[in-house]
Design a protein around this ligand. Structure first.
Ligand SMILES: CC(=O)N[C@H]1[C@@H](OP(=O)(O)OP(=O)(O)OC[C@H]2O[C@@H](n3ccc(=O)[nH]c3=O)[C@H](O)[C@@H]2O)O[C@H](CO)[C@@H](O)[C@@H]1O
Ligand SMILES: C=C(OP(=O)(O)O)C(=O)O
Length: 423
């Protein structure tokens, strides 16, 4: 185990290269199951723990994965050797459930462990299953496994999502790409990661209309081919570092970040006084002396404010002038960072899915415990601004989603180190 130690109070300045998006990369890797040709992925955040875990899951199904350079991986599912994804692998990472649609479409059979909940919520998969049933699959739940069958292949159909689900949209989209006939996904997620997957499927030979809207029309292909595809930059990593500039009153250039992927976030940052502007090869984020204005935020599907930036925004608001109301609508238990922020002196009151934050004039460094990926990022931001030392335990959560976080921040002037944690 390792911990991160931060001496707070330094304004950050410098350039941070933004990595490829984890949440785009994982479905793209799963899409390799749809063809026996090689899929070449670049700009892959391949040092993340989640990428390695999914590569292991895919190898278990017979996919040959080859790292061909920094951020580059070739995946080839010449033959599916095993259509069962075991509990031991799936429980390590929920995104493993994304193999369900592709395996079913390609093999007519898939058996995937139910992913179960996690710290931030129960995270059901009923919409994934209903969507695949609408394409003709029969599905039963047996001893903790989803057993899905379509012995004569999947057939296009109409899938109406009662509310937005990124994972269900991705699973059904991949399955529809190999189904007979046309599928309409109504109420589909519009997240940039879903669009990235759709663009890759197009490069593999799928025909998809409506990318970026909430109605996707997929004309299934008899077979798909290989392709080369570059993963989009990580909007959540970019948003996290923009908030790091805001909370420290610094100025960061976020190389490769795209304003178009951050509509709800950039509006909110402007409201609190963190100026984010486009520059030649990315975005420039500038804080104003580390004292933001207060603003209310409600997490929503894209293009609203993302749940994956809620903890980081809350950290920023702990130092704001005034009161902010933060409402989490996607996950029922995504305020695990609150009690840790309170240990640093933050003034936060939680009522159900809402946190009321009274900004303070400072935070104090403290030992804190990471509970999940984005909560950890929020605690790092708080530590960068706090007086004295913050020690973050259980940093493996961060390793799921932030490449070289300590190096990137240290290069911009943060006093931050990573060391073995014996405690
Ligand atoms: C809409 C949204 O913001 N999705 C986020 C969600 O994606 P992820 O794909 O993990 O979750 P979904 O988008 O599927 O979940 C959205 C909501 O739908 C519910 N649900 C989902 C599937 C299902 O079958 N039944 C069901 O009821 C979930 O409990 C949740 O309340 O977590 C990811 C990791 O934090 C984020 O990157 C995504 O942006
Ligand atoms: C919670 C996250 O990931 P996952 O859905 O893989 O748990 C995240 O990216 O913030």
């Amino acid at each position: 185990m390792e911990r991160i130690c931060i001496q707070g109070g330094r304004a950050l300045a410098g350039r941070i290269p933004i990595s490829g998006a984890k949440n785009a990369a994982l479905p793209l890797m799963a899409a390799s199951l749809l063809t026996d040709d090689p899929l070449h992925l670049s700009n892959l955040p391949d040092t993340l723990a989640d990428i390695t875990t999914l590569a292991t899951v895919l190898e278990h199904h017979g996919v040959r994965t080859r790292r061909t350079g920094p951020g580059a991986m070739t995946l080839q599912a010449g033959r599916i050797e095993n259509a069962r994804a075991d509990y031991d692998l799936v429980r390590r990472m929920r995104a493993s459930v994304l193999v369900l649609g592709p395996l079913l479409a390609r093999q007519g059979y898939a058996e995937v462990s139910m992913p179960g909940g996690c710290a931030i919520g129960t995270r059901p998969v009923d919409l994934h299953l209903r969507g695949l049933e609408a394409l003709g699959a029969t599905i039963e739940l047996r001893e903790g496994y989803i057993v899905a069958r379509a012995p004569r292949g999947l057939t296009g159909g109409e899938v109406v999502f009662p509310h937005v689900s990124v994972g269900a949209t991705e699973n059904v989209l991949m399955a529809a790409a190999l189904a007979r006939g046309t599928t309409r996904l109504v109420g589909a997620a519009r997240e940039p990661e879903v669009c990235d997957l759709a663009h890759c499927l197009m490069a593999m030979g799928a025909e998809i209309e409506g990318i970026g809207t909430d109605v996707l029309t997929v004309h299934g292909a008899r077979e798909l081919s290989g392709a080369s595809h570059a993963v989009i930059p990580d909007r959540i990593e970019a948003g996290t570092y923009a908030m790091a500039a805001g909370i420290t009153g610094g100025e960061l250039e976020l190389i490769g970040a795209r304003a178009a992927d951050l509509p709800g976030v950039l509006d909110k940052l402007a409201e609190v006084g963190v100026e984010v502007t486009a520059n030649g090869d990315g975005l420039r984020a500038r804080g104003q002396g580390g004292t933001p204005a207060a603003a209310n935020v409600t997490t929503e599907p894209y293009p609203g404010f993302p749940t994956d930036l809620q903890a980081q925004f809350m950290a920023l608001m702990t130092l704001a002038r005034g009161e902010s109301v933060i409402t989490e609508t996607i996950f029922e238990n995504r305020f695990l960072h609150v009690c840790e922020l309170e240990r640093m002196g933050a003034d936060i009151r939680v009522e159900g899915g809402t946190a009321v934050v009274h900004g303070r004039d400072h935070l104090d460094g403290a030992p804190v415990m990471a509970s999940d990926l984005r909560a950890s990022a929020g605690l790092v931001l708080a530590g960068l601004a706090a007086r004295g030392e913050t020690v973050l335990h259980r940093v493996y959560h961060l390793d799921r989603g932030y490449e070289r976080l300590v190096d990137k921040l240290a290069a911009c002037g943060a006093a931050i180190t990573r060391e073995p944690d014996d405690g």
